[in-house]
Design a protein around this ligand. Structure first.
Ligand SMILES: Nc1ncnc2c1ncn2[C@@H]1O[C@H](COP(=O)(O)OP(=O)(O)OP(=O)(O)O)[C@@H](O)[C@H]1O
Ligand SMILES: [Mg+2]
Length: 411
């Protein structure tokens, strides 16, 4: 019989699982803000430890694997291969997994806060934080790069069962069936219409999918709310950040992780636009409350730290930066789609986001200039000073790309 977890039975459950003793007891339990599809309980133990207890509420009668199973598998991989587990920002927080009841227990880090919230509250976009993320991510990708043992571990554990299907996230939006009319609001239909109308967008995504090149372990959901930053980050030299929520981790393409991260920074800019039917896209983008120029130093610091720690990726994929830009565009499209699905909402700001996403996907060379504010050779210059890099192609004359004369809805 499957147990339904609640604040009434959680302590008993933790005691039975050996995660707290009867003397230990719990001082109080609180539910986390309910914006996730799973049930989350934060349990405060008397010794000041905090446990995050999660239960997956969707059923799995269709045979799809539990999301938590993947996080558990990743935890086991870290135990088996300390070379990765010792990367402190990646180290596992998982204490317990109960497959039958779809329950996962993590150590809760009270000294840390979500990076997305941190940026929202403080408007501090420090290079140190961005660099720490870039170095950490490169550490994961580099340590597992072309490592057959990691790939096989993810594919076959445990007990030789084949548990995991290679997942290619460069799929674009699923094909649109008539049911969509009942599922999304009328305004959101415009997103699907525009998406289908742009042939160049479809073919750019198809090319990305074709060139999908899984070669290392990837997080696959690297948004800013899956990164924690230490509350005393300014005083610390090490471990300012922690990457959490490894439910989507898999053998994948490193450009996808970096692209998803860049898209999360771009989203801060794009969600601060002043959008009005009398304004052209170019003007809206320029009037953003948080201009792109404020975020570019973080985007640059993150990317350079990543490349400094993993320069080999540029030998392996000469077009790595262009692919990162394209994946950033794709991640923006997924964000719009998630918003439509969860909040049933699509507005003019999302139209701008779609336009930027399309441009990144279809014109990545110009996208580099837009996102970083400088050219590819300029991005690579400090990295090239330290490492011998492949010779870049002759520099082309590029212009910023998002200023296509697009009128917003209602014009
Ligand atoms: N170990 C942890 N320490 C501190 N905070 C955490 C920890 N784990 C999660 N959190 C906080 O709780 C939030 C939600 O957790 P998590 O990312 O696991 O779930 P989610 O993204 O909401 O997805 P799901 O739908 O799977 O529950 C995180 O964004 C983070 O703010
Ligand atoms: Mg999360």
């Amino acid at each position: 019989m499957v147990l339904s977890l609640s604040s009434q039975n959680v302590i008993q459950y933790l005691q039975d699982a050996g995660l707290c003793s009867s003397e230990d007891g719990a001082s109080k339990e609180s539910e986390l803000p309910d914006r996730s599809k799973n049930f989350n309980l934060l349990v405060n133990l008397v010794d000041n430890r905090k446990l995050l207890v999660k239960q997956e509420r969707s059923n799995h009668h269709d045979g799809t694997p539990h999301e938590f199973f993947n996080e558990w598998l990743f935890h086991q991989l870290l135990q088996q291969f300390p070379v990765i587990g010792n990367i402190s920002a990646i180290a596992s927080l998982v204490l317990h997994f109960d497959e039958e009841n779809s329950i996962l227990v993590r150590n809760y880090l009270s000294d840390y806060q979500e990076l997305r919230n941190f940026y929202q509250k403080t408007d501090i976009f420090a290079d140190d934080i961005a660099s720490a993320i870039g170095t950490t991510l490169a550490g994961l990708h580099r340590a597992t790069f072309n490592g057959r043992e990691y790939r096989d571990f993810m594919a076959t554990a445990p007990a030789g069962q084949f548990r995991y299907h290679f997942y290619n996230p460069a799929q674009g939006i699923e094909s649109i069936a008539p049911e969509i009319f009942g599922m999304v609001p009328t305004e959101a239909l415009q997103f699907y219409t525009l998406y289908q109308r742009y042939e160049s967008l479809e073919s750019a995504i198809a090319d990305l999918a074709y060139e999908w090149n899984p070669c290392c372990l990837t997080h696959n959901d690297l948004k800013l709310n899956n990164i924690l930053v230490h509350s005393r980050w300014q005083q610390l030299d090490n471990c300012l950040v922690r990457l959490i929520d490894w439910k989507a981790c898999a053998w994948g393409d490193p450009a996808f992780d970096l692209g998803t991260l860049l898209a999360s920074y771009l989203e801060i800019w794009l969600s601060s636009l002043v959008v009005d039917s009398t304004l052209e896209l170019e003007e809206s983008l320029r009037l953003a409350v948080i201009p792109l120029e404020v975020l570019q130093p973080s985007i640059l610091a993150l990317t350079r730290s990543y490349l400094n720690a993993f320069p080999m990726i540029l030998d392996y994929r000469h077009d790595f930066i262009l692919r990162v830009i394209q994946f950033a565009g794709l991640a923006l499209i997924y964000q719009i789609q998630d918003k439509i699905k969860c909040r049933k909402d699509f507005d003019n700001a999302d139209m701008c986001m779609l336009q930027v996403a399309k441009n990144l996907l279809t014109m990545p060379e110009q996208g580099v200039q837009t996102v970083f504010g400088i050219t590819q050779p300029e991005i690579l210059k400090p990295v090239a000073k330290v490492h011998k890099l492949p010779q870049p192609e002759r520099e082309k004359q590029l212009v910023r790309l998002y200023y296509e004369k697009t009128r917003l809805r209602g014009c």
